[in-house]
Design a protein around this ligand. Structure first.
Ligand SMILES: Cc1cc2nc3c(=O)[nH]c(=O)nc-3n(C[C@H](O)[C@H](O)[C@H](O)COP(=O)(O)OP(=O)(O)OC[C@H]3O[C@@H](n4cnc5c(N)ncnc54)[C@H](O)[C@@H]3O)c2cc1C
Length: 389
């Protein structure tokens, strides 16, 4: 019997029983509720996001690493394993969980008032309310410090004007965490999406992350009471700390997509015959498989190291998460592309998951900080010189 790539080094022995249980639960839900349907969702650009959110909520997967308000209070490693299993099914489905838990819920949990937390978090943890996180704008992506969206005071109210681009779940969300520039710097709001002046349209024609809803938000004189402002969020470091949370999930998630590609390629290569024998028996194929298995295992060890650091120190430094995101997404996309070659013509077919994973990973490479931005974060730490501007 062939050995699964992640079993080569007995990496399971590094996990606790509880972590293995969480992984088994998430693998089951991904296998039962996502895998059989996701190729159609992807092809048609129509995913039952609300139904999935309710199911994930029942299982405690939304905001699972947060405490209180119906959140599961799981360890960072358990959360990472959940991301890995969900992304083994599809990056878009993992994105739903990441955006809900690590971006929208985390922002409210970390920076919100007691009233905001009570109003939004229990429903979001249950999957009854959906959240989104609006930082990126049409003209300001990698450099959010230059954002154009404005928050101006009008009496005791705030008025938001501007727009946000590429916002996951925006067309479906009940609450949007919106970041805007005010006289005092960047501040955040929990905006009920039925507030007059708020609108979100679905971005069509995506060739990647098609099993996820992505929107463009318009803020046309959106009037909000002071109680909608996130009181503890001061400056750009607030949204950036949310990104650090979400990037941690991606460090693990990308490995799930890569693992699924590699498992698919190994299965295929063992049964596909050319020149009178299985293509898995050719040395060139085995060299590819061995190299990919190495990267998968190294990526897992890196993710696990970051998870253990996070669980012991309570936090990770941004550059530590950058190391994980840069490496694991870059290697995952290389694995997806290499696996695709092993399937030959079938590699481009939606009958197999590889092309879908490869296309999804293009988004994962770009969102939550592009590879170049993570190189700059790491480079700055290594040299004490900023090369951003
Ligand atoms: C499917 C999807 C979902 C998303 N979901 C969300 C979401 O929920 N919320 C949200 O706020 N955003 C979201 N985003 C936006 C995402 O975070 C941005 O696309 C990303 O930050 C890059 O910004 P940009 O697209 O404007 O590219 P740009 O910033 O214009 O970058 C273009 C290229 O220039 C490079 N570049 C930029 N600056 C430098 C520099 N100083 N040095 C070297 N190279 C540089 C970049 O690395 C990149 O290769 C999503 C994006 C996608 C595709």
């Amino acid at each position: 019997m062939p050995v699964a790539p992640l079993d080569l080094l007995d990496l399971d022995s590094l996990l606790t029983d509880e972590e293995r249980d969480v992984r088994a639960l998430c693998r089951r839900v991904a296998d039962d509720r996502v895998r059989p349907y996701v190729a159609d969702w992807y092809e048609n650009g129509a995913t039952p996001v609300r139904d999935l959110a309710l199911e994930f909520g029942k299982l405690g997967l939304l905001g699972m690493h947060l405490t209180g308000y119906g959140c599961a209070g799981a360890t960072a490693v358990s959360y990472g394993l959940a991301c890995m299993e969900l992304e083994a099914a599809d990056s878009g489905v993992r994105s739903l969980v990441s955006v809900q838990g690590s971006l929208a819920m985390y922002a409210i949990w970390r920076f919100g008032s007691a009233e905001q937390k009570q109003r939004w978090l229990p429903g979001m943890a249950a999957g009854e309310l959906l959240g989104c996180f609006g930082l990126t704008e049409p003209d300001h992506g990698s450099d959010p410090a230059t954002m154009s969206t404005r928050a101006r005071r009008d009496g005791t109210d705030w008025v938001l004007t501007g727009g946000k681009m590429w916002i996951t779940n925006a067309p479906l969300a009940d609450v949007a965490v919106i970041w805007a520039r005010a006289d005092e710097g960047v501040i955040g709001f929990a905006v009920p999406t039925d507030t007059p002046g708020f609108s979100a349209r679905e971005i069509k024609h995506k060739m990647s992350l098609r099993a996820s809803s992505t929107g463009e938000i318009t803020l046309d004189e959106v009037r909000l009471p002071e109680s909608a402002r996130l009181p503890s969020a001061a400056g750009l470091k607030a949204p950036l700390s949310c990104l650090t949370e979400a990037r941690f999930g991606i460090v693990w998630g990308a490995l799930g997509a890569a693992r699924d590609c590699l498992a698919t390629a190994i299965d295929y290569a063992r049964s596909r015959e050319q020149f009178g024998r299985p293509i898995a028996g050719f040395q060139l194929t085995q060299a590819k498989l061995a190299d990919m298995a190495l990267e998968l295992q190294k990526g897992f060890l890196l993710a696990l190291h970051l998870g253990r650091l996070r669980d012991s120190a309570g936090t990770l430094r941004p550059e530590q998460v950058s190391v994980g995101k840069l490496n694991n997404v870059r290697e995952a996309i290389k694995i997806a592309r290499q696996c695709r070659t092993i399937l030959g013509g079938n590699g481009i077919s939606g009958e197999y998951p590889i092309m879908r994973h490869a296309a999804n990973l293009e988004s994962v490479l770009t969102y939550e900080g592009t590879s170049e931005i993570h190189q700059l974060v790491i480079g700055q730490k290594l040299t004490d010189l900023s090369a951003f501007g």
